[in-house]
Design a protein around this ligand. Structure first.
Ligand code: KG4
Ligand code: ZN
Length: 348
């Protein structure tokens, strides 16, 4: 018997709802991206929460209409409970609990990053554990080994900015819009990455740096180069090279650390997740380095925030692990990743 799940995602600036016939048949999927943040150069938390509040009703109603189901037909309501912006999360969590209660259905709170991990599997049924996962979003950068669903061994994570956040900040420095990743990618296509030298922080350090990431120094180095170009009156001609060099540095770091994880675990299947997985430069470089290893990445629609992945992760927790949340489910900005533990370090 199939499981009909309503997924709800409001952790940041996308208001999204999806109806999934688990495991992988997507009956409907609505994503409303809040464009208003563009003019502020980043997400304004209060504005995000207020917009979710205004639109979530219609977004869910549309998802149900498009899937031709009523609330009473559902088996489960899955909602992102964290991590994310607490006001934004709260809108989704309260909505999901209220609807589940009214329909007499179970509700489950989902971890946003576990959902990103499931996004790829929705389109690529072969993207099953064991695999090495690189989760790169606006809020997180994590390198994991996944022996089976629900068990996540943390190899490394960022010590400061997330990869997506680094792209967003670099874009701002280069006078580009938000979100920064796609803008940098566009400008970088006209530039030559070898024209500007940027560092690769934590790439060749002691064993404790083997898998961790740090992007804030890279951003500072970019600022220095940008200021120097401006002082020389070479701003317009240098900008594409600066964008290309920055993108190349981030990609180099992500690819190298992921390949280390592949070598150390002996697992040649890699799954990408999160908005930065959209980067063509990242995918191309990883595919090249992995050779005949397997690489699975979500399509653009499923790589950034969406409710389909939330429904999929919720279905797994509910059907496979037998979990559900009570009506005391709360939104948590710092929700711990379920099943996450540090993997024992490998000798250098
Ligand atoms: O997963 P996501 O939608 O939201 C979070 O959970 O944070 O990721 C958004 C991030 C943004 O920082 C955006 O700049 C980045 O993904 N991004 C990209 C690209 N497309 C989106 N970064 C690099 N290259 C891209 N093509
Ligand atoms: Zn996300």
């Amino acid at each position: 018997m199939s499981l009909l799940v309503l997924g709800i995602e409001t952790s940041c600036d996308e208001t999204s709802a999806a109806v999934l016939e688990a495991p992988r048949r997507l009956r409907s999927h609505v994503i409303l991206s809040q464009d208003a943040h563009r003019v502020f150069g980043g997400v304004v938390p209060e504005l995000a929460a207020r917009t979710h509040l205004r639109t979530l009703d219609r977004v869910v109603a549309t998802a149900l209409e498009e899937a031709r189901v009523r609330g009473s037909d559902l088996d489960l309501v899955a909602v992102t409970a964290g991590p994310g912006l607490v006001g934004a999360l709260l809108v989704g969590v309260v909505w999901a609990k209220t609807a589940a209660w009214a329909w007499g259905k179970p509700v489950i709170g989902v971890h946003h990053m576990e959902a990103h991990l499931f996004a790829t599997e929705l389109e690529h049924p072969e993207a099953q554990p064991p695999f090495v996962a690189l989760l790169v979003s606006g809020g997180h950068t994590m390198l994991l080994f996944v022996p089976r669903w629900g068990e996540y061994e943390l190899l490394g994570q960022t010590r400061d900015d997330a990869a997506g956040e680094a792209f967003d900040k670099a874009a701002k420095l280069l006078g580009l819009g938000y979100p920064g990743g796609p803008e940098i990618e566009r400008l970088a296509a006209q530039g030559d990455p070898t024209r500007v030298r940027l560092p690769r922080p934590l790439l060749h350090g002691p064993p404790e740096d083997r898998y961790d990431f740090s992007f804030s120094g890279l951003k500072t180095a970019l600022r220095g180069k940008a200021q120097a170009a401006q002082a020389r009156g070479a701003w317009e001609t240098e900008r594409p090279h600066l964008a290309a060099a920055f993108q190349a540095a981030v990609v180099d770091i992500l690819v190298e650390k992921t390949c280390r994880a592949v070598a150390d675990t002996g697992c040649r299947r890699v799954v990408l997740g999160g908005g930065v997985a959209n980067s063509r430069a990242l995918r191309t470089a990883l595919r090249e380095r992995l050779g005949d290893g397997e690489l699975y990445a979500p399509s653009p629609r499923l790589s950034t925030d969406n409710a389909a992945m939330v429904a999929r992760a919720g279905a797994f927790r509910f059907a496979t692990l037998g979990e559900s949340s009570g009506l005391d489910l709360v939104a948590r900005a710092d929700l711990p990743f379920p099943g996450l533990r540090r993997r024992a370090p490998v000798p250098a």
